[in-house]
Design a protein around this ligand. Structure first.
Ligand code: SF4
Length: 486
């Protein structure tokens, strides 16, 4: 997915930029990048962070980053920040999101404007470079950013650092990703993870609204474009992506996870097991909420070896992923043997890790394993945030099961309703395939209640196939009821 941090200060911003960006390391695994602007121009560096953490990669050169304004990014795909020369002046840019119509927009720029792209990789045009080119099509940064967001299908939040030392921050037009403002004496910051603010002395000022554009200078924040009314913030930010101490739209991640656990517990009245446990890291908050609601003791049947295994390290090769998943978690047999266990996790994507974890609980002598999942079954691949590198929805566990039940022509929408026969058949098969005593998923309305936002303000596309942006021209929403398909 990725995350960014920007700061404008009356003094050297180096330290805030370095640590502030580092606090986004759980959001991406590929690249880390920093750019600062000073009187002599821009200083920039990008590193591969697949095997070494962001701070280790930058600590040897961070002293060379001298300047009062800087932007940083943890990127899951492309190299960033880019430094671009344009008629608006030279600027640095970072983006987070997913440009669905990347190829169409690139083609349009080739044919209409004879634009060239220089940041080509195996994956084609660098999306951040494309956004920079779109910005340059208009007469000011604000107009250019607004134009880019209008053209992009998918999502795109961004930071633009100009050669005057101003940062323009823009949140995606449907607010899929959070963007938060903070301030302290003599400095203002913009971040995707508010957990980056307190230890650097910043107070959280406010969330930016969907589509809002602001400019940041050492004197403060100025609104350049007011937010839109439509919002579809990613529900997964609270369930999985987000750091426990972060706050989006006034809702703290860990508190939402507790409430997710409580909502799950409402459907298990009278259940009796020996312990409740969660898959580290994000399953723990859900498990604590479940334990609190049922009165069943919370325990840790698995602990994570935190000294060397960060959450975000996910190797590309399947065999390596399996090995890493196994090495990260160490079972505590004393808490497992002979026990009946409620085990909470944030989600089931491919199902391979969960199957392995359930197997290890049984190997350790567990009597019963009841799995509770903090979100509904994932039926659709994320179209907005590069949720995973997978290019096929058929990698989803649900889709494999649906294919077994109904074949290639299956109507996936008929599996959305948790009270429907199809959904129940699918869940039963997943339960058997993983070898669980029981399996229950969260319902969409319960999840939105746990988040504390109305369902129409939360993106639930990967669970329901419904997307509010269809109102603005159908972008492939899967729902049959969508007016854009009729
Ligand atoms: S589709 Fe799912 S992962 Fe993607 S933005 Fe929506 S809720 Fe988040």
């Amino acid at each position: 997915m990725g995350g960014f941090f920007g700061v404008v200060s009356k003094v050297n911003c180096r330290e805030d930029l370095y640590y502030g960006t580092d606090y986004h390391s759980h959001l991406g695994v590929m690249r880390g990048g920093l750019a600062v602007r000073n009187g002599k121009g821009f200083t920039r560096s990008i590193h591969d962070i697949r095997t070494t953490q962001f701070r280790s990669k930058f600590e040897g050169e961070i002293d060379s980053f001298v300047g009062n304004a800087g932007i940083g990014v943890i990127s899951d795909f492309e190299d960033q920040p880019l430094i671009v020369a344009s008629h608006l002046g030279t600027f640095a840019i970072v983006t987070v999101g997913r440009v669905i119509n990347l190829q169409e927009l690139a083609q349009e720029l080739f044919t209409k404007s004879r634009v060239q792209f220089s940041e080509m990789s195996q994956e084609g045009v660098n999306p951040t470079e494309l956004v920079a080119m779109l910005i340059g099509m208009r007469d000011s940064f604000v107009e250019g950013i607004a134009y880019a967001q209008e053209k992009i299908q998918g999502s795109c939040s961004m930071l633009v650092l100009t050669d005057k030392g101003t940062i323009y921050a823009a949140r995606d037009r449907f607010g899929r990703t959070p963007v938060v403002l903070g301030c302290k004496d003599g400095a203002v910051a913009v971040t995707m993870e508010s957990c980056s603010l307190p230890n650097l002395g910043y107070e959280l000022t406010r969330d930016m609204g969907p589509g809002e554009i602001v400019s940041l200078t050492p004197d403060g924040v100025e609104q350049c474009r007011a937010p839109g009314e439509e919002m579809a913030i990613c529900g997964f930010m609270w369930v999985y992506f987000g750091y426990p101490s972060s706050i989006y739209e006034g809702r703290n991640v860990e508190a939402v996870r507790y409430r997710c656990g409580e909502e799950l517990a409402k459907h298990d009245v009278g259940i009796k097991t020996d312990i409740v446990g969660g898959v580290p890291d994000s399953g723990v908050g859900h498990a604590l909420g479940y334990a609190r609601a049922t009165g069943i003791p919370y325990a840790r049947p698995f602990v994570k070896y935190t000294p060397t295994w960060p959450r975000s390290y996910i190797p590309a090769a399947k065999t390596d992923r399996k090995l890493v998943a196994r090495m990260k978690l160490i079972p505590i047999t004393e808490l497992i043997h002979g026990k009946s266990i409620i085990f909470c996790d944030d989600s089931i994507v491919r199902g391979t890790q969960l199957k392995a974890q359930a197997g290890r609980l049984y190997e350790g002598g567990a009597r019963e394993v009841h799995m509770r999942i903090a979100c509904p079954p994932i039926l659709y691949g994320c179209r907005f945030l590069n949720f995973s590198r997978s290019s096929s929805e058929m990698d989803l566990f649900t889709r494999k099961i649906i294919w077994e039940i109904d074949g290639a022509a299956a109507d996936v929408q008929s599996y959305v309703d948790p009270d429907g026969e199809k959904n129940q058949t699918m869940v039963e098969r997943i339960q058997k395939r993983i070898g669980l005593t029981s399996l229950k998923y969260q319902r969409v309305n319960d999840l939105c209640r746990a988040i504390g936002l109305p369902p129409e303000k939360v993106c639930t596309y990967c669970w329901t196939g419904m997307d509010i942006s269809c109102k603005y021209g159908c972008q492939g929403c899967a729902a049959k009821s969508c007016a854009g398909r009729q």
